[in-house]
Write a protein that binds this ligand. Structure first.
Ligand code: AVJ
Length: 331
């Protein structure tokens, strides 16, 4: 006889293929041979990069994480009451402290059934699955290891309870406007009529506040930025001297985004052995490593609308630093 235990079950599916493992190689080949060199920010997050990002979140200058947590803390119960949600789909889940606030609210409301974290890091998904299953009795976890630009169709179908699909932390701000609309449209396909999208976005504000958040005095963001070169060195057998690059971060008012760059302080000739590629940097030449968009409510509403979504609630902090919007399929 098979013993049936009344405990939660965990399932984790990985959709990453060998091609995806080549994605750094492809991005480096493409990005470092462009007239203005660039690399995608998703490659920051190896183990050391993830650790540095967690340290960034604790810096006094870096307001987004703690502000978003404060908003969630204040609003989670209301959001769950308003939606009746019993399932959380978290895209780019990372460390699961934000998920916990929503799962707590669902547990308190008696609706909690399932958690579906999606992240490119298998470790992140496995760890979240393991820890949350232990902490929430009866919770089922169905993890998806994949890229939110390409693997959303592998998010399991909804069950009876309404779901919240959450894209928090301001991650959506990493995408350029056109890509962003595509991502939001794909996310909309995960929603049924009773489901909601929770989107965390950093807001346009005093440029000094924004720029300080990306130029912290302890230099953690600079290390995080340079870590990208360590990733390329290790993964593609390259010989970047990360110390030859300065961290640059500034707010571009016209595009309303922060740009992070790495600036060569001297001429650098870099061999990327695995790609059989030599890349030359002139002294002062810059490599763009990230954009981080700062939003207005109008911009979010129009992006949502373009994706077939309708803004339902707008939650912010008392200084209007950061916002969590709740939206649903346009009726
Ligand atoms: C994780 C993309 C939201 O854009 O603020 C923090 C990453 N980069 N400091 C952001 C980041 C530099 C962060 N996101």
């Amino acid at each position: 006889m098979r013993s049936v235990r009344e405990t939660a079950e965990v399932q984790v599916d990985s959709w990453l293929t060998e091609d995806d493992e080549r994605s750094l190689a492809n991005d480096v080949l493409d990005g470092l041979t462009k007239p203005f060199k660039e690399l995608a920010p998703k490659h920051f997050y190896d183990a050391r990069g993830s650790e540095l990002f967690e340290r960034i979140c604790e810096l006094p200058e870096y307001y987004p994480t703690r502000t978003e947590l404060g908003i969630l803390h204040a609003q989670a119960a209301g959001i769950v009451a308003m939606t009746g949600a019993g399932e959380l789909v978290e895209l780019g889940s990372g460390a699961s402290d934000k998920a916990r606030l929503l799962l707590d609210a669902m547990r308190d409301a008696g609706t909690l059934a399932r958690y579906i974290p999606l992240d490119v890091s298998e470790t992140v998904v496995n760890d979240a699955a393991q820890i949350l299953r232990e902490d929430y009795e009866g919770l089922r976890v169905h993890g998806v290891v994949g890229d939110l630009e390409r693997h959303l169709e592998h998010v399991p179908d909804p069950e009876a309870a309404p779901r919240l699909v959450a894209l928090l932390g301001g991650t959506i701000g990493n995408f350029a406007p056109g890509t962003r609309r595509g991502v939001l449209s794909k996310i909309a396909t995960l929603l049924g009529p009773e489901d909601r999208l929770l989107l965390g976005t950093d807001l346009v504000k005093d440029v000094h506040v924004i720029e300080a958040a990306y130029n912290d005095s302890a230099g953690v963001t600079a290390e995080f930025n340079r870590n990208l070169l360590h990733v390329v060195n290790r993964e593609l057998d390259a010989d970047f001297d990360p110390e030859a690059f300065d961290h640059v971060a500034f707010f571009d008012r016209r595009h309303e985004w922060v740009e992070m760059r790495l600036r060569a302080t001297r001429p650098c000739s870099v061999l990327i052995a695995e790609l059989d590629l030599r890349v030359e940097f002139a002294a002062g030449e810059e490599l763009r490593t990230e954009i981080s968009t700062k939003f207005t409510r109008e911009r979010i509403e129009s992006d949502l609308e373009a994706a077939g979504l309708e803004l339902e609630s707008w939650f912010t902090d008392d200084q209007d630093l950061f916002a969590i919007s709740v939206s649903r399929l346009a009726g």
